[in-house]
Unconditional design. Structure first.
Length: 274
């Protein structure tokens, strides 16, 4: 109950106790009551406005400093010159998302506070349901990258088709999540000169990987993929780790993250990448 509603009741008790009053006194009392009600209404309106404004205010987000860049030859993540960024880090990436396990993989990474880039294919977001899955992954805080519309070998298609595969997907992703991708990874790691021009034109960073194994039939169990991703001979500072939206990778993901951390590697936040 609002405080000002109590005022008339108190005033009525006072009037009853006094008995009959002169007409002038009654008019003054009524005037005082009306003035008090108006004052309290004003206070309530101000308080309500303050509550509404507080509800509209979004919490301040801390800016993440850009301190890493991608080596265009080795595809590793390296500290930028002039920074004191830790070199003992790796980057987690998930390709071919969101197929069947993308949202679950994002949930696992979120619980582990493990950042990653989800590289998206257009044919996995061609329905409202799949587009909503992309929204869910993005809203969990994960970077969304471009992995082409239909996963072709870009060296085997025309420049016009390459543009549709890359720019067309950027348009579609922006339509769904309100942002254009900042990173591009070509299927099979095949880039053309025209691909590179498009990536630069779109303001994206070109990215391949340093190693990945979950496409290999020898590593299609949770145990085997977790073991090789943590103990691969290619693992080192700045590793750019390729994984896919696959059942076995999904099942081994927690062990992969924990294993990398146990070895002393930090996980790069894509916001830290140039």
């Amino acid at each position: 109950m609002k405080k000002w509603l109590l005022v008339p009741a108190v005033s009525l008790i006072a009037l009853s106790a006094c008995g009959s009053n002169e007409e002038g006194s009654t008019e003054n009392t009524n005037a005082d009551e009306n003035e008090q009600v108006e004052d309290n209404e004003t206070v309530d309106e101000v308080q309500e406005d303050e509550v509404e404004n507080e509800a509209l205010e979004e919490p301040e987000s801390e800016d993440v400093e850009v301190v890493y860049e991608i080596n265009p030859t080795m595809w590793t993540v390296e500290p930028m010159e002039g920074t004191e960024a830790d070199p003992e880090v790796v980057l987690l990436t998930i390709d071919d998302a969101p197929d069947k396990h993308g949202v679950e993989m994002a949930e696992t990474l979120k619980e582990l506070d493990a950042p990653a880039i989800f590289f998206v294919n257009g044919h996995f977001i061609n329905t409202d349901e799949k587009a909503e899955q992309l929204v869910q992954i993005h809203e969990m805080g994960f970077e969304i990258g471009n992995h082409t519309m239909s996963h072709p070998n870009l060296g085997e298609i025309s420049e016009e088709q390459q543009r549709e595969e890359i720019v067309g997907l950027n348009d579609r992703i922006e339509e769904i999540i309100g942002e254009r991708p900042r990173f591009f990874r070509a299927p099979f790691g095949v880039n053309t000169d025209y691909t590179k021009e498009l990536v630069e034109e779109e303001g994206m960073t070109l990215m391949n990987w340093t190693y990945g194994y979950d496409w290999d039939s020898n590593y299609m169990t949770a145990e085997s993929i977790a073991d090789i991703m943590v103990n691969a001979p290619e693992l080192g500072n700045g590793g750019n780790l390729l994984m896919h939206d696959r059942e076995w990778t999904n099942d081994g993901l927690e062990e992969i993250v924990n294993g990398l951390r146990d070895k002393g590697y930090g996980l790069v936040d894509p916001d830290q990448l140039k």
